[in-house]
Design a binder for this molecule. Structure first.
Ligand SMILES: [Ca+2]
Ligand SMILES: [Ca+2]
Length: 263
C-alpha cells in the first residue's frame, strides 16, 4: 500500500509534469507574414506568397547575419518587389542591416504607391547613426510622420536588427529587440505598394544603401514586443519551451523515486 508520503511525492511529480507540458512555444504568427526575403543567393520570397524580387545595378550576395544577404555598393543598387499588399492597416517590417559607409544616409527599406511614385514608407539609417521610420499618408514627396531614434550609432559596421511597427494610431521602432522610439499617426494606406531594399525609391535613386541587408520580413499586423525580441534573437523572450535537460532530470528523479518507494 502506498504511504501518505509516497502519495504526496507522486502528486507533486504529476503536478510538475503537468506544468511543464502546459508551457507552449510562442512564435510570431506565420499567417501574418506577407513576405520573407533571406538573400540566400536569390531574391525569392520564402513566405509562400510569391513576392519574388529583382536585383538592380551591382547588387550582389555576400555574408549576411544568417547565411547570405543582399550587398549594395552605395551607387544605384537595390532590390525591387512589386505590388505588395501589406499595409492597409497595421503593419510591421523587420530585418538586419550592416552599414559600410557611415557618412551618408543609408536607405534600408522604402515603399511607394503601386503604379505611382509617391512615397509611403521609409526606413533609413541617418548619417547621425540613428534610424528614421517614415509613415506618409496621403502618399507624397513630403509630409507624413517621421520617427527618429536618438543616441545610437547604427552605422558603425556592426549588424543590427530593426523592426518598425505601425499599430493602429501608434508608430514604434525597435533596435536589437528593444523599443527605441514611438509616436502617433492614425492614417492608413489604402492600396498595395512597390517595395525597394537599399534605395529611397526606384523613382528617386538617392540615399543609396552601402553595406548588407538580410532576413527582411514584412507583416500585415503589428508585431508584439515578444515577437520582435524573438526575431532579434534577444534573450528576453518571455515564454519558452521546457528545457530538454530539465525534462531529462525530472524523468531521472521520477525513476529513482519510483525504484526506491514503488509509489
Ligand atoms: Ca540570409
Ligand atoms: Ca552600384
Amino acid at each position: 500500500m502506498p504511504t501518505a508520503k509516497n502519495r504526496n511525492i507522486y502528486t507533486f511529480l504529476k503536478l510538475g509534469i503537468a506544468v511543464l507540458l502546459s508551457i507552449t512555444i510562442n512564435l510570431p504568427a506565420s499567417a501574418a507574414l506577407i513576405a520573407s526575403w533571406s538573400g540566400e543567393g536569390n531574391a525569392n520570397d520564402s513566405s509562400g506568397n510569391g513576392y519574388n524580387g529583382s536585383l538592380v545595378g551591382n547588387t550582389s550576395y555576400g555574408t549576411g547575419v544568417s547565411g547570405q544577404g543582399f550587398v549594395f555598393d552605395g551607387n544605384n543598387d537595390y532590390v525591387s518587389f512589386n505590388n505588395v499588399d501589406f499595409a492597409q492597416g497595421s503593419y510591421s517590417i523587420s530585418g538586419w542591416f550592416q552599414v559600410t559607409n557611415d557618412t551618408v544616409n543609408n536607405t534600408v527599406f522604402s515603399a511607394t504607391q503601386f503604379g505611382g511614385s509617391s512615397h509611403g514608407i521609409m526606413v533609413r539609417v541617418e548619417s547621425s547613426g540613428n534610424l528614421r521610420f517614415l509613415h506618409r499618408f496621403p502618399y507624397g514627396s513630403s509630409g507624413g510622420t517621421s520617427l527618429f531614434t536618438s543616441g545610437l550609432s547604427l552605422n558603425d559596421g556592426d549588424f543590427y536588427h530593426f523592426a518598425v511597427v505601425k499599430n493602429g494610431a501608434s508608430m514604434s521602432t525597435f533596435i536589437d529587440g528593444v523599443l527605441s522610439a514611438s509616436t502617433t499617426d492614425s492614417s492608413t494606406f489604402t492600396s498595395s505598394m512597390n517595395i525597394d531594399l537599399g534605395i529611397n525609391s526606384r523613382n528617386s535613386l538617392v540615399h543609396d544603401f552601402n553595406g548588407t541587408i538580410d532576413e527582411v520580413g514584412v507583416y500585415n499586423h503589428a508585431l508584439t514586443l515578444e515577437e520582435v525580441a524573438l526575431l532579434a534573437g534577444a534573450s528576453s523572450t518571455p515564454v519558452s519551451a521546457p528545457s530538454p535537460i530539465l525534462l531529462a532530470i525530472l524523468g531521472l528523479v521520477t525513476m529513482m523515486l519510483y525504484r526506491k518507494y514503488r509509489f
